[in-house]
Design a protein around this ligand. Structure first.
Ligand code: THU
Length: 133
């Protein structure tokens, strides 16, 4: 499974995004350690804070299938530059992926920028931070 296939999965699910308020459709795809791909799109709500990001949808689909380990991520939107994940989604990705997991940000025109979960969220808050010695 290639990065291009992951981008194409994100591109396809982006078509289903429900974004009547921002008009900004986003698609995301995560590949897990099993090789499976899970996809998600943003789903907005008239009560704006209740909307959910594409990345959150993909991670929810993954967990619903009983998987919890991501090895690659792709996010796509119709933007001039590859759109970086929002802060909350960086934390959500860090929950299920190590710092070296590649995250490819793409535009529908074909531009890509590949970063990592660790570079997106330096100084990640983890479960270890709640442990006392
Ligand atoms: N959005 C995502 O789905 N993922 C991101 O990482 C950035 C923002 C969505 C949320 C909202 O529906 C729309 O883009 C505009 O912010």
């Amino acid at each position: 499974m290639t990065t291009n296939a992951l981008i194409e999965a994100a591109r396809a699910v982006r078509e289903n995004a429900y974004a009547p308020y921002s008009r900004f459709k986003v698609g995301a795809a995560v590949r897990t350690s099993s090789g499976a791909i899970y996809v998600g799109c943003n789903v907005e709500n008239v009560a704006y804070p209740e909307g959910t990001c594409a990345e959150a949808g993909a991670l929810a689909a993954m967990a619903a299938a009983g998987e919890y380990e991501i090895v690659e991520v792709a996010v796509i939107a119709d933007s001039p530059e590859p759109v970086p994940c929002c802060g909350g989604c960086r934390q959500k990705l860090a929950e299920f992926g190590t710092i070296s997991v590649p995250v490819t940000l793409a535009t529908i025109d074909g531009a890509t920028l590949t970063t990592t979960v660790g570079d997106l969220l330096p100084g990640t808050f983890t479960a270890e931070h709640m442990e006392r010695s």
